[in-house]
Design a protein around this ligand. Structure first.
Ligand code: AMP
Ligand code: MG
Length: 414
């Protein structure tokens, strides 16, 4: 049986991040949030743009005030008041100072700011009561960023701090990667839509909704294609049309060894290369991974045949599909699954034969993660206790027990 680690490396090696010219698009700054930068950004502006004051106080020549103290204060003549947003008009000469406010441009001749709190005002004069350090409270031009160098690298997510940087640099548009298109199919004669009357034996196709939500949550574009009956021809047609419109296809169900499991056979008939047919993971063993090479193009479509069990479908999505989609999206770093150490609040059990993922909640308590196993039995048929899951405790092959209070690795999911 293929181990989880080996399956992971096969899958990640199959994924080539979007990097063609047509994989990029230009978006306005306000719509760039959560997108991934596709080109490094440079700016023609220095940051700060000018030498400016970091304090409300007085712009002075350091040499005029370097020796002063409360016993021997220095009196300077105020020759100008410089508010933020205006250009100073005067050059500061020996014995002179300018009243200056935070963010205002430093006047010529001055090299240091004395903060207001160590001065006394006497009409058009200021008494300096303590010697500042040279260049105190001056933010020098280009000390934060030098024009023409790289401001932001490609491959990062644009979050609010990056929006602030881009806005300050007057970048009104940015080039981002397009969102990967992910087709979603559900196979099963027993499935109905949420708004259909349930007949005996039928269940709602929850996977379609769960997978669409998971795909959208990580910034890809879900293409929900609906329910496909367990008929060889219908499955074949649905797979072929999904492959023709998507970068990645997710189907759920029909990958086990049951009489109605037609996915793998059809993948082969349609010319896919099957890389994985099962993985030693619980829940989620029947997992198919295949690739299609589109005719007349080098584009590869990645196919995940996820197990139909709702819990298995979600667990295999989190463990394998999510990082693969994040890598495909163009994220340069941190697309890999995130494991953290937590203290388990419950006894955890596994048969030790497959790597087991037990779902529950991670809580941060006094700076330490605690893992709270979902209520009830962790059965892959039980979708209901999956609600509020934000972590999956991992018991490796060979480990059958984690006692309450012991440490466990947890796959963090958001
Ligand atoms: P399968 O992998 O097709 O054998 O399905 C395994 C179990 O998951 C069966 O009990 C199915 O009824 C259920 N199942 C399959 N597909 C879905 C779906 N899209 N939504 C909810 N449950 C499903
Ligand atoms: Mg089925």
């Amino acid at each position: 049986m293929l181990q989880v680690r080996d399956a992971e490396s096969i899958i990640f090696n199959l994924v080539q991040p979007l990097n063609q010219k047509w994989d990029r698009e230009v978006v306005t700054l306000l719509t760039a949030i959560d997108r991934i930068l596709a080109k490094p950004v440079t700016s023609e502006l220095d940051f700060p743009h000018w030498d400016n004051s970091a304090m409300d106080g007085y712009a002075v020549r350091y040499e005029d005030v370097q020796d002063c103290n409360e016993q021997q204060p220095k009196v300077l003549e105020i020759v100008e008041v410089i508010a933020a947003g205006v250009q100073p008009q005067r050059r500061i000469q020996a014995g002179q100072a300018a009243r200056i406010f935070t963010g205002a441009v430093m006047p010529e001749g001055a090299d240091t700011v004395v903060m207001q709190e160590v001065t006394r005002r006497e009409e058009n004069k200021v008494v300096i009561l303590a010697a500042p350090k040279p260049h105190a409270f001056v933010r020098h031009r280009a000390s934060f960023y030098e024009a023409g160098t790289q401001l932001l690298p490609a491959g990062i997510t644009i979050n609010p701090p990056e929006i602030a940087v881009l806005a300050a640099a007057q970048c009104r548009e940015v080039t981002v990667y397009r969102r990967p298109r992910v087709a979603i199919l559900s196979t099963g004669n027993e499935l109905v839509k949420p708004d259909e009357l349930l007949q005996p034996g039928q269940i709602v196709d929850s996977n379609q909704y769960a997978l669409a939500a998971l795909v959208a949550q990580i910034g890809s574009e879900p293409l929900p294609l609906g329910i496909v009956q367990d008929k060889p021809h219908a499955v074949k047609k649905a797979i072929a049309s999904a492959v023709s419109i998507a970068d990645v296809v997710l189907s759920s169900g029909g990958v086990s060894v049951g009489d109605y499991d037609y996915v793998d056979k059809n993948l082969e008939t349609l010319g896919a290369k099957i890389h994985i047919r099962a993985v030693g993971i619980k829940p989620g063993k029947p997992l198919t991974v295949a690739t299609f090479t589109k005719p007349n193009s080098h584009q590869t479509v990645l196919y995940f045949g996820l197990p139909g069990n709702p819990v298995s479908a979600l667990v295999t999505f989190w463990r394998f599909v999510q990082p693969a989609l994040l890598k495909l999206s163009g994220l340069a770093h941190s697309w890999q699954p995130k494991f953290i150490k937590a203290q388990s609040l419950h006894d955890l059990h596994s048969d030790g034969k497959r790597e087991s993922y037990l779902w529950g909640q991670l809580h941060l308590v006094d700076g330490y993660y605690k893992f709270h196993l979902a209520n009830g039995s962790p059965s892959s048929g039980n979708l209901i206790n999956l609600a509020q899951t934000n972590g999956l405790a991992v018991l490796p092959v060979g480990q059958t027990h984690v006692a309450a209070g012991e440490e466990v690795q947890v796959l963090q999911i958001s």
